[in-house]
Design a binder for this molecule. Sequence first.
Ligand SMILES: [Zn+2]
Ligand SMILES: [Zn+2]
Length: 794
Amino acid sequence: MESSSPATVSAGHGPGPAPADLLRRLRARGAGDPVTHVERVPARAGVPAPWPSWASAELRAAFTRRGVVAPWQHQAQAATLAYEGDHVVVATGTASGKSLAYQLPALATLLADPRATVLYLAPTKALAADQLRAVAALELEGVRPACYDGDTPRAEREWIRRHSRFVLTNPDMLHHGILPGHAQWSGFLRRLAYVVIDECHTYRGVFGSHVAHVLRRLRRQCARFGATPVFVLASATSGDPATAAGRLTGLPVTAVTEDASPRGGVTFALWEPPLLPPDSVAAPPDSSSVPGQAAGDHDDLRQVRRSALRETADLLADTVAEGVRTLAFVRSRKGAEVVAANARRSLDDAVPGLGDRVAAYRGGYLREERRELERALLHGDLLGLASTNALELGVDLVGLDAVLICGYPGTRASLWQQAGRAGRSGQEALAVLVARDDPLDTYLVHHPEAIFGAPVEATVLDPANRYVLAPQLACAAVEAPLTPADLVLFGDGAKEAVDELVAAGALRQRPTGWYWRHRERPEVDLRGEGGAPVCVVESATGRLLGTVDGGSSHFLLHPGAVYLHQGVSYVVDELDLADGCALVHVEEPDWSTHARDVTDLSVVSVRSYVDAGPVGMFLGEVDVTSQVVSYQRRRIATGEVIDTRPLDLPARELRTVAVWFTLSPQSLALAGVQSADVPGALHAAEHAAIGLLPLMATCDRWDIGGLSTAVHADTEAPTVFVYDGHPGGAGFAERAYGTASAWLRATRDAIAECGCETGCPSCVQSPKCGNGNNPLSKPDAIRVLDVVLANLPE
Ligand SMILES: [Zn+2]
Ligand SMILES: [Zn+2]
């Protein structure tokens, strides 16, 4: 939830130590200085604005009763644009009150026009439920807000369709329920004045591309009933939000990005855990009992830095001991529990009982439990909380004295959302990013300009992906026959996709349009990516826990995999691919599992290329064949590899989009790369390039795959491929191609500046390498990238 007003309640807790003093004491603790950079983010005074003249006295009074004295300038600006009929996206920081920007015009319109309706979309049910409470609390006559999602009882659904004028739902329900049932919704859709899309930056990649077409289907149904609703979008701070919102909705969207809410100053430190002395590195555990285990496999991933989890736990204990209210963000739930447990232990060692003031927080808690933890932390009964990113969506916890971020959360947008929990108006706070042992984190703590000087990432989605477009057009055709005008609405590639559907016998062309030929609706899962979903079933009870899309099932549900579902840990006993189900039992081992695959790739077509003498840079379609062949078990607390176990799963095909570069063998020889070292050089460059791509696009390295080879059959040259791990592509490779020189320069610098000798997880080793990180040549990878950068135009 966003606090939405200058009158936001702040915690009743006295000032702690000044952040600069606190940081000085934290960094003086160990031997060397772990802090690589300190940035002062200055305080900002809020800029209030008058209530817009079109907001009625009744509406203003309702907000004033809820503590909103006046809007901030960005809220008023976005609200007025929307009220005047412009599609608008408001993209500002955590707790900047984005909800007021859409509530104001939407509710003003509902009050002024007793027939008008509003549709609100959130990425999660929990967020929609929070928003429902906020709207209901305004107690406005005749609005009758209601959630309509998978949990809504059948008995209430008809009432909501007929009487609610502010319906809160999610894109999945719009896709599966509301649009197919448009006849029942015709009264609502006919009068639709606003569509609100909250947290719209979460609609990225393949999921985002699906949602983009669900919104086009919504616009199409509205148009059939004569309605042209205004779209109001709320986004976390993101790069070029107008373009991303335009791609998502298919409409011209105006962006409001100037955050006028007040903010306390933050001292932001970048923290790199120290290298462990070589003799203290744990020897790899004995793996002789595992058949098929490659000798020496473990040495490659041996840990060389102190783990970010341990470092974060120590920092949490230290800040709590100073009486500082601290929130630590940790990527996994188990990791959050490890951090909390270690911090509690060291506090209890120092002062028995002090450990009780630290807790772990995770998704899956009941709302009341979450509220109680938040209350305890805001009031200072609790001083330290270790949390997963569950807090990022829909929880009102801001104004802390310190925030520790264990590992880069993947995007600058998320980083600022997390850091934004620190500091309240008029008070200074501390934020610390603790680097994990991987290339991106290492690069960032040595390149503060990539965090503090760079705009946040653009949200990437590709509505022209034909693997998304064709099934979405099929859904649209079921809802109403497609017409030539619809092809314009659905955009690039729509005509080709319709032709394909006709050729496949799914659509039939008649004089009045293209008709769906089957009785059943097409099965399309917005969050899946092709392939029938695999059901996850608890063996003991036969209970269906959930489904995993076919594309991820080999990675997530192989026998022996640890599978997390709503905070509960299960271990997979059996993956039955024929029946599409995985049998699991409840178990919480202290290791995590990481599947590894081997890959083959062939080029299908080239979309675009740059001929740069001895270097070529390409974007095109490729066929990838991959097979999950083994998995590693790793200790959660330390990341230490326990063993690698073989798997027997079939190979799978993926047609997707890749970016690749080639080098002439002569240029490599001239640069001093011996021919025997070419495979290791390319492989190391590939790993680091994958690790650094999230700097350019909103993806993480798990969304992307890579392949490198000294001679590729299709390019006939030494080649490094990086491809989208989603059928049809998700826009990541395209983005990499568009920013190639900046991307590969950052990759080169990350490798060159890593303090290790022969390569480590902070530079060229990859946790998901199918070849056990072998061969890898760190110095030659730098030479490869130098050749590319010397020839490639900026
Ligand atoms: Zn390294
Ligand atoms: Zn590899």
